[in-house]
Design a protein around this ligand. Structure first.
Ligand code: 5GP
Ligand code: MG
Length: 175
């Protein structure tokens, strides 16, 4: 596959924005502990950078949601990994790579609510509001993007490109 010649978001621009997000999330948490729930695999790098800059006590957990085949959402979301901690009466921060149709996040929020979380906040690095099919209410988003397919900094295309420090647009087959 071909990537955009230049990054859409450089590692430096991402780092600066992640620092701002960490400050905003810390402010929201007002010194109270939070369960960070990282949505695997895409949010791995974002979460690692964000969490190290939070100024509130954090416990770490993971969820894994399946909905995607290639570039297209199948619309159906199942959770194949759920948090280990008891979430009853806990404040939970969902850390997502990108909000697209909103179906993944909506399914995760439903799960966390059922598990008894008292307060659910979401922080997503990227947001594609024009693609939304299900309402989600992120507390904070890093960058709004239009309908482009992004790779790098954790984001993949068929499991490739996650390790790139910058974020590129996936343009299509090699010519
Ligand atoms: P949603 O359920 O909101 O439609 O999809 C969210 C998930 O789809 C994201 O967590 C991500 O895994 C995947 N996704 C959506 N847009 C993109 C994109 O531009 N690039 C990549 N690599 N994954 C995306
Ligand atoms: Mg994902």
């Amino acid at each position: 596959m071909r990537l955009s010649e230049r990054p859409l978001f450089s590692a430096g621009a991402i780092a600066a924005r992640v620092t701002e997000l960490a400050e905003a999330v810390s402010r929201d948490c007002a010194g109270e502990p939070v369960v960070a729930t990282v949505v695997l695999k895409g949010a791995l790098f974002f979460a690692a950078d964000l969490l190290r800059q939070l100024s509130v006590p954090v416990t770490l957990d993971f969820v894994r949601a399946r909905s995607y085949a290639g570039c297209n959402s199948t619309g159906h979301v199942t959770l194949t990994l759920t948090p280990e901690q008891d979430l009853r009466d806990r404040r939970v921060l969902i850390i997502e790579d990108i909000l697209d149709t909103g179906r993944t996040s909506a399914a995760i929020v439903d799960y966390l609510r059922t598990a008894g979380a008292s307060d659910i906040m979401m922080c997503a690095l990227f947001d594609k509001p024009s693609r939304r099919e299900v309402a989600v209410h992120p507390a904070h988003t890093g960058f709004v993007v239009d309908d482009r397919f992004l790779v790098g900094y954790g984001l993949d295309y068929e499991q490739r490109y996650r390790e790139l420090p910058d974020v590129y647009e996936l343009l299509g087959p090699e010519v």
